[in-house]
Design a protein around this ligand. Sequence first.
Ligand SMILES: [Mg+2]
Length: 231
Amino acid sequence: MKYRFFLFDLDNCLIHIPDPSNYFDSILVKTLQKLTECVPERKIRNKLWEAGENYRILLEEWRVPEIDKFWEEYDFLDFSHRRILMKENKIKLFSDVRPILVNLLKKWKNVKLGIVSNTAYYIVEYMLTKFKIKEYFHHVFALSSEYPQEFAKPAPTGIKITLDHLGFNSTNAEEAIMIGDSKIDIIAAKRAQIDACLILREEAKYSGTITQWAIQPDYIINSLWEILEFF
Ligand SMILES: [Mg+2]
């Protein structure tokens, strides 16, 4: 196996959220409706997900008065919706996750597993605990007052912080890979100078546009089982 440091995105990489783009957009709309008169159209709203460090500029354009309050509200709504969907068994752990994590840890003694998520830490922790997979990870990075929105992917900061915690250094620079279902996971990995793997959890998500991305993944997989096969 080429890699020793495996970093995973959480939402729709390890945990299935039904109809994710509409799910996250509806939370965004509800948050905006609460805080401002200005709710831009969908195409404009979508820009927020790839804004990274520049999210403040967008929120200012949308006349959100207290920007820090925005994420607090957003996370609160996200958490309450997720809990309902989890209770209804609509948010689920993908079936390949647990066997792959167990396999990786069993087969390779020095393997280190991490999570790099753009979701609020308390939500991530709740989900990892509920799905009983927290114990498999040596480090979990998610957003909090310590790690603010500026650290969110596509910024490479979360990946770098996680790799530091896992004991990664420049001598093993080729041993790390980030696996995620979104373009921002690939951009963040490349900005952190590690390999990137796109997992296609929903076939229609990028419908044939991946080849046009300026930053390309090193691998594209359909299931986590392919990690054992190809890496
Ligand atoms: Mg994701």
